[in-house]
Design a protein around this ligand. Structure first.
Ligand SMILES: Cc1cc2nc3c(=O)[nH]c(=O)nc-3n(C[C@H](O)[C@H](O)[C@H](O)COP(=O)(O)O)c2cc1C
Length: 172
Protein backbone atom coordinates (compact mmCIF):
# COMPACT_ATOMS: atom_id res chain seq x y z
CA UNK A 1 0.00 0.00 0.00
CA UNK A 2 1.24 3.46 -0.77
CA UNK A 3 1.07 5.13 2.64
CA UNK A 4 1.72 8.55 1.19
CA UNK A 5 -1.41 8.29 -0.85
CA UNK A 6 -3.60 7.04 1.99
CA UNK A 7 -2.28 9.69 4.39
CA UNK A 8 -2.68 12.51 1.96
CA UNK A 9 -5.16 15.17 3.04
CA UNK A 10 -6.86 17.46 0.61
CA UNK A 11 -6.35 20.99 1.91
CA UNK A 12 -9.31 23.32 1.65
CA UNK A 13 -8.91 26.27 -0.68
CA UNK A 14 -9.09 29.50 1.29
CA UNK A 15 -9.90 33.08 0.36
CA UNK A 16 -9.32 36.03 2.72
CA UNK A 17 -11.58 38.85 1.52
CA UNK A 18 -11.63 42.17 3.33
CA UNK A 19 -12.49 45.82 3.04
CA UNK A 20 -10.19 48.41 4.57
CA UNK A 21 -10.14 52.19 4.51
CA UNK A 22 -7.23 53.00 6.78
CA UNK A 23 -5.31 49.71 6.75
CA UNK A 24 -6.26 48.02 10.05
CA UNK A 25 -8.46 45.30 8.58
CA UNK A 26 -5.83 44.74 5.93
CA UNK A 27 -3.24 44.23 8.68
CA UNK A 28 -5.55 41.65 10.24
CA UNK A 29 -6.00 39.91 6.87
CA UNK A 30 -2.22 39.80 6.39
CA UNK A 31 -1.79 38.20 9.82
CA UNK A 32 -4.30 35.48 8.89
CA UNK A 33 -2.45 34.93 5.62
CA UNK A 34 0.82 34.43 7.50
CA UNK A 35 -0.77 31.61 9.51
CA UNK A 36 -2.74 29.78 6.84
CA UNK A 37 -2.37 29.11 3.16
CA UNK A 38 -4.97 31.46 1.67
CA UNK A 39 -5.34 34.07 -1.07
CA UNK A 40 -6.05 37.71 -0.28
CA UNK A 41 -8.82 39.69 -1.97
CA UNK A 42 -9.21 43.39 -1.24
CA UNK A 43 -12.76 44.68 -1.71
CA UNK A 44 -12.60 48.09 -3.40
CA UNK A 45 -15.41 50.47 -4.22
CA UNK A 46 -15.87 51.96 -7.68
CA UNK A 47 -16.33 55.41 -6.14
CA UNK A 48 -13.83 56.08 -3.41
CA UNK A 49 -15.01 57.38 -0.07
CA UNK A 50 -13.96 60.97 0.70
CA UNK A 51 -10.51 61.21 2.30
CA UNK A 52 -11.80 63.25 5.25
CA UNK A 53 -12.86 61.14 8.24
CA UNK A 54 -15.76 63.48 9.00
CA UNK A 55 -17.02 63.19 5.42
CA UNK A 56 -16.81 59.38 5.45
CA UNK A 57 -18.82 59.38 8.65
CA UNK A 58 -21.53 61.39 6.89
CA UNK A 59 -21.57 59.44 3.61
CA UNK A 60 -21.46 56.02 5.23
CA UNK A 61 -24.19 56.87 7.75
CA UNK A 62 -26.58 57.58 4.88
CA UNK A 63 -25.51 54.36 3.12
CA UNK A 64 -25.98 52.24 6.24
CA UNK A 65 -29.32 53.82 7.13
CA UNK A 66 -30.56 53.03 3.61
CA UNK A 67 -28.88 49.61 3.41
CA UNK A 68 -27.18 50.90 0.26
CA UNK A 69 -24.61 48.60 -1.28
CA UNK A 70 -21.98 50.62 -3.14
CA UNK A 71 -20.71 49.07 -6.39
CA UNK A 72 -17.35 47.33 -6.03
CA UNK A 73 -14.54 47.34 -8.60
CA UNK A 74 -14.19 43.61 -9.09
CA UNK A 75 -15.59 40.26 -8.11
CA UNK A 76 -13.62 37.17 -7.16
CA UNK A 77 -12.88 35.16 -10.27
CA UNK A 78 -14.02 31.60 -9.99
CA UNK A 79 -15.38 31.81 -6.46
CA UNK A 80 -16.44 28.17 -6.85
CA UNK A 81 -12.87 27.00 -6.25
CA UNK A 82 -12.85 28.19 -2.61
CA UNK A 83 -14.11 26.11 0.32
CA UNK A 84 -13.50 28.66 3.07
CA UNK A 85 -13.97 32.41 2.79
CA UNK A 86 -12.75 34.74 5.52
CA UNK A 87 -14.72 38.00 5.37
CA UNK A 88 -13.15 41.01 7.06
CA UNK A 89 -14.66 44.39 7.84
CA UNK A 90 -14.03 47.49 9.88
CA UNK A 91 -16.79 48.31 12.38
CA UNK A 92 -18.75 51.15 10.79
CA UNK A 93 -21.57 52.35 12.99
CA UNK A 94 -21.60 48.99 14.77
CA UNK A 95 -22.08 46.99 11.58
CA UNK A 96 -20.05 45.93 8.53
CA UNK A 97 -18.82 48.59 6.11
CA UNK A 98 -21.27 48.78 3.16
CA UNK A 99 -18.74 47.45 0.57
CA UNK A 100 -18.64 44.20 2.56
CA UNK A 101 -22.42 43.93 2.26
CA UNK A 102 -21.97 44.41 -1.50
CA UNK A 103 -19.35 41.65 -1.57
CA UNK A 104 -21.63 39.23 0.29
CA UNK A 105 -24.61 40.00 -1.92
CA UNK A 106 -22.67 39.59 -5.18
CA UNK A 107 -21.06 36.19 -4.62
CA UNK A 108 -22.74 32.86 -4.19
CA UNK A 109 -21.26 31.70 -0.88
CA UNK A 110 -24.08 29.31 -0.04
CA UNK A 111 -22.00 26.13 -0.12
CA UNK A 112 -19.04 27.64 1.71
CA UNK A 113 -17.67 28.01 5.18
CA UNK A 114 -17.48 31.68 6.10
CA UNK A 115 -15.26 33.04 8.87
CA UNK A 116 -15.97 36.67 9.76
CA UNK A 117 -13.41 39.02 11.29
CA UNK A 118 -13.48 42.69 12.16
CA UNK A 119 -11.53 45.64 13.50
CA UNK A 120 -12.97 48.45 15.57
CA UNK A 121 -12.11 51.74 17.23
CA UNK A 122 -13.28 50.89 20.73
CA UNK A 123 -16.84 49.69 20.12
CA UNK A 124 -15.87 46.02 19.84
CA UNK A 125 -17.50 43.63 17.42
CA UNK A 126 -20.96 45.20 18.01
CA UNK A 127 -23.16 43.69 15.26
CA UNK A 128 -20.35 43.30 12.68
CA UNK A 129 -19.93 39.54 13.01
CA UNK A 130 -23.61 38.73 13.53
CA UNK A 131 -24.65 40.87 10.57
CA UNK A 132 -22.18 39.02 8.34
CA UNK A 133 -23.64 35.78 9.72
CA UNK A 134 -27.15 36.95 9.03
CA UNK A 135 -26.34 37.92 5.43
CA UNK A 136 -24.72 34.50 4.90
CA UNK A 137 -27.58 32.38 6.16
CA UNK A 138 -27.09 29.70 3.47
CA UNK A 139 -23.44 29.19 4.40
CA UNK A 140 -21.78 27.55 7.38
CA UNK A 141 -20.54 30.47 9.46
CA UNK A 142 -17.83 29.86 12.07
CA UNK A 143 -17.06 32.04 15.10
CA UNK A 144 -15.28 35.24 14.24
CA UNK A 145 -13.39 37.78 16.31
CA UNK A 146 -12.96 41.54 16.38
CA UNK A 147 -9.69 43.24 17.27
CA UNK A 148 -8.93 46.81 18.22
CA UNK A 149 -7.93 48.37 14.91
CA UNK A 150 -4.49 49.72 15.72
CA UNK A 151 -3.47 46.39 17.30
CA UNK A 152 -4.69 44.14 14.50
CA UNK A 153 -1.26 43.92 12.91
CA UNK A 154 0.47 42.74 16.08
CA UNK A 155 -2.04 40.37 17.66
CA UNK A 156 -0.49 37.24 16.16
CA UNK A 157 -0.94 35.11 19.30
CA UNK A 158 -4.58 36.04 19.71
CA UNK A 159 -5.29 35.38 16.05
CA UNK A 160 -3.55 32.00 16.28
CA UNK A 161 -5.54 31.08 19.40
CA UNK A 162 -8.80 32.01 17.66
CA UNK A 163 -7.96 29.99 14.53
CA UNK A 164 -6.91 26.95 16.56
CA UNK A 165 -10.31 26.92 18.25
CA UNK A 166 -11.99 26.49 14.88
CA UNK A 167 -12.06 22.83 13.99
CA UNK A 168 -10.70 23.46 10.51
CA UNK A 169 -7.44 24.89 11.86
CA UNK A 170 -6.89 23.00 15.11
CA UNK A 171 -3.73 21.46 13.67
CA UNK A 172 -1.99 24.87 13.38
C1 LIG B 1 -17.37 55.58 8.91
C2 LIG B 1 -16.75 54.99 10.13
C3 LIG B 1 -17.55 54.57 11.16
C4 LIG B 1 -16.96 53.97 12.29
N1 LIG B 1 -17.79 53.52 13.29
C5 LIG B 1 -17.24 52.88 14.36
C6 LIG B 1 -18.08 52.37 15.39
O1 LIG B 1 -19.30 52.46 15.37
N2 LIG B 1 -17.46 51.71 16.41
C7 LIG B 1 -16.11 51.54 16.49
O2 LIG B 1 -15.61 50.94 17.43
N3 LIG B 1 -15.29 52.03 15.53
C8 LIG B 1 -15.82 52.70 14.46
N4 LIG B 1 -15.00 53.19 13.48
C9 LIG B 1 -13.54 52.97 13.59
C10 LIG B 1 -13.10 51.79 12.74
O3 LIG B 1 -13.90 50.63 12.96
C11 LIG B 1 -11.65 51.36 13.04
O4 LIG B 1 -10.79 52.45 12.98
C12 LIG B 1 -11.21 50.26 12.10
O5 LIG B 1 -10.09 49.57 12.64
C13 LIG B 1 -10.84 50.81 10.73
O6 LIG B 1 -10.48 49.75 9.89
P1 LIG B 1 -9.67 49.99 8.54
O7 LIG B 1 -8.36 50.66 8.92
O8 LIG B 1 -9.46 48.62 7.99
O9 LIG B 1 -10.51 50.86 7.66
C14 LIG B 1 -15.56 53.82 12.38
C15 LIG B 1 -14.76 54.29 11.33
C16 LIG B 1 -15.34 54.87 10.22
C17 LIG B 1 -14.47 55.37 9.10
Amino acid sequence: MNTNESDEKISPKILIAYYTRSGNTENFANQIKKLIDGELFRIETVDEYPPSYQEVLKVSKVEIDNQYKPPIKSLVENIDQYDIVFVGTPNWYSTMAPPVATFLSMHDLSEKTIIPFATHGGGGEARCLTDIRQMSSQATVLDGIALYGSQAGTEKERILKWLKKLETFNNL
